[in-house]
Design a protein around this ligand. Structure first.
Ligand SMILES: [Zn+2]
Length: 1026
């Protein structure tokens, strides 16, 4: 375990033990800003030297002017200051605050309106500041050198310093309850609020520190025990979004206190905090609404709070509204009271459970519900009124899943109601707010004619969010370093529950594909351990990635598959949920619960096994070698690096499974061998012709069989594809491509294995092979290797052609067959296969001629729209259809079609339209960019667009967020030349704190280097073999 982890685990455990044993860290008495800022280097604002050694009085003045982010109006002041020779600190803070980062609340802004008068005032003020600085500088014995000035200057007023210097809040105070009253004004897009926080003092302290961001606090009162409430001064440190109260006398452990804060703020225009959103209704009227998205760090933008997951409390929420709006929150509405200003106040019941701040939610707007009672819980699905008819499927799926989880976890959903609401403008797929789950419309609404594939998407998201009501809401990770406890679990449960509840959705293929992608990403050196240190807002955002979600889910599947008996895992989970219900946990708590329950004959120590998977990044490559009856397995870190120089000594505790030609299909065939050391051996009968490891790919590792092993498997498949399960066939295909990328097998071996593919008819092996081949095709295309591109195309059409031709263009019920068909036809039409494009064009024409009333099967819509978008006359038709479409899943496919155009002008137009956000919602911009990047015509435009508009992009999508990760990955993952590598490196390093330190940037650079290496190594083979 890395040092910070152990530290944070200790700290992270505290809240639930707080009262019982008072195990608290020592709070530093003297705030050492220099030391602190060095520990958190990603914060640009604090320069240790400047902070630590400045005389306190001048520090406030200088900081108050220089450090924050200035808007354009303020730049005049800045340049005046430059003329005066003042050194300003970096002005582009990652947290865009609009006045001093370190102030009392609501100070007058010194330079906000650039009138002539303010200019004069500004200059005068700066002259005074400069003079004072110089006076201080020349005071005897007091300099700004590193020896510092420790004497207080008695002639200048002393401002209290901000009393806390860390990213995490102190643990001396714990909030017990919040009483929130909010007045959102949807006409002016702002709100006022009042927050009453009851707290208990856990150990003596002279300060209270909590979070607040972009809130103008106008009044603050404080009351201790039964004393009188009195006004207090609130200090604010904007770079860390913290506010604080200082007390002259210590608050004593065991005392209770109440802090009341009145404030105002604008509704956010991004997708987090308390944000405004609008949509156009069916009559063409603009409708406004306000909704919340708090995870991970944005509750503080709606109300001052202790905004860390371990500070659980109860919430009583009141919202004032106009009578023609409605409101929703986590809890059922308790009462509605008319107010004397024409508004009414909705008061919600106090939360019946302790809840983390990131799970609080409230919404104001016009929505219509459909409802149903499920085991005494009122389940409702809300949408904007004209989409009400699209909510039935979600209500049905949610009801079934709620029943399933109530039963599976043996703990009933603890609230009286569960709302699922589709928000017209929403960035994430969905958010699991307790009792009020918010969704993108495409993740919740299903049209009457939707295909099963669309239902699969909706059901998956609902299953995921419902699982969170237990994993995440009831039992919550103590800190974001263990985000996987929320996300890995919800992801695993989403697949697991759907296999039982809605087996007709064939979710297994999707889960398998997801595990392959998680392996691909985790093979990079820029990956991270499942449980990893998190010390800055950007790092918190970055945890929302495939490691927390998909790798998390994959290792849970591996664990479940390796435990004896199918109930062991479930029993362990129930024990974990019951033991920690309402509390916070870390990864070890989970493994301990599972270890306690495991009573198998093997005495597998879950904790010992699983910590090797959560505490180190990456996964193992298992190499098989065989001599007669003896099989030797060796493990090493499967690490894709460009230089081959990085070796790690990581070892995993791997539950290796295998089958052989003696018995290879049924679950009973599966043998288990635990490989804990560098290598291990076991015996098989000498007559065994071949071994396939990682049965059905339930393990998170890649296998290399050596030349003989691969040849034996290849021959077996060539004879009869059905000797292995389809998951095992897909797993072989995935693994051999990965080994080629690692440089362990030549591409010739890959093509040899793929020789069997003409006989393949199952979805997962075909889609995996197509995906891998397409990736190479795209790289060759972008490198303008024209002759190879042509040969690759012939190769793909030759190997998959007969299967492509077999596909029908009519309705198809099986989800698995739909997945297969859409993958095949999108490839075929993408390669301009005449058969395919003709059919697609005909379907589009029929669709348009019928005024969009005839139906294109859901799984074929994408291929049809893609083909239509390539024609100069059909693209505007498609755009027109897009503008009028109401059903969002279809609309999204039209948008992807539009973005797949190869016309440069249209590409530029669509990128700009996505950023502007009128015709194309900004939430769709990552999708637009990733689609444009796939095409030859657009990928360089997209790259330019990102560079030119970077600041606007990170205004909309936070640095490190999943949206930004997607944008960076899609724009750069197809580069494979030194020139592009230099460009990408140059651009991102120029960003500095505006994104250069992101993990996805490291990943991008690494991917380009790997592409380059693979191309250099394999171009010749390709020329020879294709
Ligand atoms: Zn989730």
């Amino acid at each position: 375990m890395d040092p910070f982890d152990s530290n944070s685990t200790e700290r992270a455990n505290l809240p639930r033990n707080m009262i019982e044993n008072s195990m608290f860290e020592e709070e530093p008495d003297v705030v050492d800003l220099a030391k602190d800022s060095a520990a958190f280097p990603t914060f640009p604002a604090l320069d240790p030297d400047e902070v630590a050694y400045e005389p306190r009085s001048s520090r406030l003045l200088v900081r108050g002017l220089g450090e924050n982010d200035m808007d354009e109006d303020e730049e005049d002041c800045e340049s005046s200051a430059r003329l005066l020779g003042m050194s300003f600190m970096n002005r582009s803070s990652a947290h865009r605050s609009n006045s001093s980062p370190y102030t009392r609340q609501a100070p007058p802004r010194s330079c906000s309106r650039p009138s002539a008068r303010t200019m004069v005032v500004c200059v005068l003020f700066l002259v005074i500041v400069a003079s004072m600085t110089m006076v201080l500088y020349f005071l005897p014995g007091c300099t700004f050198t590193k020896t510092g000035c420790r004497k207080e200057n008695k002639t200048t007023p002393i401002e209290p310093p901000f009393p806390w210097s860390q990213f995490r809040l102190p643990h001396s105070i714990r909030p017990l309850s919040y009483d929130l009253t909010l007045n959102p004004d949807l006409d002016n897009m702002n709100f006022t609020g009042s927050t009453v926080i009851k707290m208990v003092v856990l150990h003596n302290t002279k300060r209270i520190v909590l979070h607040s961001a972009n809130l103008n606090i106008s009044k603050a009162t404080f009351k201790l025990d039964d004393g009188e409430a009195s006004d207090v001064t609130v200090l604010e440190y904007k770079p860390r979004q913290q506010i604080a109260l200082n007390f002259s006398e210590e608050l004593k452990a065991g005392q209770y206190c109440v802090l009341t804060l009145d404030y105002s703020a604008n509704l956010s225009h991004t997708y987090d905090g308390f944000y405004n959103s609008s949509y156009t209704d069916k009559d063409g009227n603009k409708r406004v609404l306000a909704a919340t998205q708090f995870e991970p760090l944005s509750a503080r933008k709606a109300f001052p709070c202790f905004d860390e997951p371990a500070f659980k409390a109860t919430f009583l929420i009141k919202i004032n509204r106009k009578p023609d709006y409605m409101t929703l929150s986590n809890m059922p509405k308790a009462k509605t009271t008319p107010l004397n200003n024409g508004l009414v106040q909705d008061e919600f019941e106090m939360t019946s459970v302790n809840m983390s701040t990131y799970l609080v939610a409230f919404i104001v707007g016009n929505f219509t519900p459909v409802s149903k009672n499920v085991s005494e819980i009122l389940v409702s699905v809300y949408s904007v009124p004209e989409k009400k008819e699209h909510t039935d499927y979600a209500l049905d799926a949610a009801s079934k899943l709620l029943d399933f989880y109530n039963d599976f976890f043996e703990i009933n959903f603890p609230l009286k109601k569960l709302d699922l609401i589709a928000i017209p403008d929403f960035l994430a797929g969905a958010m699991e707010n307790w009792g009020l789950i918010t969704f993108r419309e495409t993740s919740l609404l299903v049209g009457k004619q939707s295909s099963p594939l669309e239902k699969q998407v909706v059901a998956s998201v609902i299953a995921h969010e419902l699982a969170h009501q237990w994993f995440g809401n009831l039992v919550t990770m103590s800190w974001w370093n263990d985000l996987w406890l929320n996300e890995g679990f919800a992801t695993y449960m989403q697949y697991m529950s759907l296999q039982t509840v809605l087996p007709q959705l064939d979710i297994g293929n999707l889960f398998l594909a997801v595990r392959f992608r998680a392996l691909d990403k985790d093979a990079l050196n820029s990956s991270h351990a499942v449980s990893t240190a998190v010390n800055s807002p950007e790092q918190v955002e970055e945890m929302f990635d495939s490691v927390s979600y998909e790798k998390g889910a994959s290792i849970l599947l591996m664990l479940n598959a390796s435990l004896s008996g199918d109930q062991q895992f479930r029993k362990g989970i129930i024990q974990y949920l019951k033991q920690f219900s309402g509390l916070n946990t870390d990864t070890n708590d989970l493994w301990n619960s599972l270890t306690q329950i495991e009573v198998s004959t093997q005495h597998q120590n879950v904790s010992e096994m699983m910590s090797s998977w959560t505490s180190q990044k990456g996964f193992p490559l298992v190499t098989v070698s065989r001599k007669g009856d003896q099989v030797t397995l060796t493990q090493e870190h499967f690490l894709l690096t460009s230089d081959n120089a990085t070796h790690t000594s990581s070892l995993w505790n791997i539950p290796v499974t295998y089958v052989s030609d003696n018995c290879s299909l049924a679950p009973e065939c599966r043998q288990l061998f635990t490989l804990k050391t560098k290598s291990g051996t076991f015996k098989v009968p000498e007559s065994v012709k071949w071994l396939k490891l990682n049965y059905r790919n339930t393990g998170f590792y890649i296998v290399h069989y050596g030349d003989d092993g691969w040849a034996a498997l290849r021959d077996a498949l060539a004879n009869d594809v059905s000797v292995l399960t389809h998951e095992d066939r897909a797993s072989l295909i995935h693994n051999i491509f990965a080994l080629s990328r690692l440089g362990r097998v030549s591409f010739r071996h890959v093509l040899n294995l793929l020789n069997y593919i003409s006989n393949e008819t199952e979805t997962s092996p075909v889609t995996e092979a197509l995906l891998q081949l397409n990736k190479i095709y795209q790289l060759l295309d972008k490198r303008q290797e024209y002759s190879l591109v042509a040969r690759m195309k012939t190769y793909i059409l030759h190997h998959f052609g007969s299967l492509m031709d077999k596909q029908t263009w009519e309705e198809q019920e099986s989800v698995s067959k739909q997945e297969l068909r859409s993958a095949l036809l999108e490839t075929a039409c993408g390669l301009d296969d005449e058969n395919c494009t003709q059919q697609a064009k005909a379907l589009f024409k029929q669709y348009v001629d019928s005024n969009a009333t005839s139906r294109i099967p859901g799984d074929l819509q994408q291929v049809v729209f893609n083909v239509a978008a390539q024609s100069a006359e059909d693209w505007p038709t498609l755009l027109n259809l897009y503008g009028h479409a109401t059903y969002d899943a279809e609309k999204r496919k039209m948008l992807r079609g539009l973005a797949s155009t190869q016309d440069a002008r249209k590409i530029v137009w669509i990128l700009k339209a996505g950023l502007k956000g009128n015709l194309i919602q900004t939430q769709e911009l990552p999708l637009v960019i990733s689609t444009v990047c796939k095409g030859f015509a657009g990928y360089l435009f997209a790259w330019d667009f990102i560079q030119e508009n970077w600041d606007r992009l990170i205004e909309k999508f936070p640095v490190g967020s999943f949206a930004i990760q997607t944008i960076i990955n899609s724009a750069t993952s197809q580069f494979s030349t030194q020139a592009h590598l230099d460009q990408v490196q140059g651009f991102f390093s120029s960003l500095k704190e505006r994104g250069s330190q992101m993990r996805s940037v490291q990943e991008a650079l690494e991917t380009i280097r790997l592409n380059k290496r693979w191309m250099e190594k394999n171009l010749r083979t390709l020329q020879k073999w294709l």
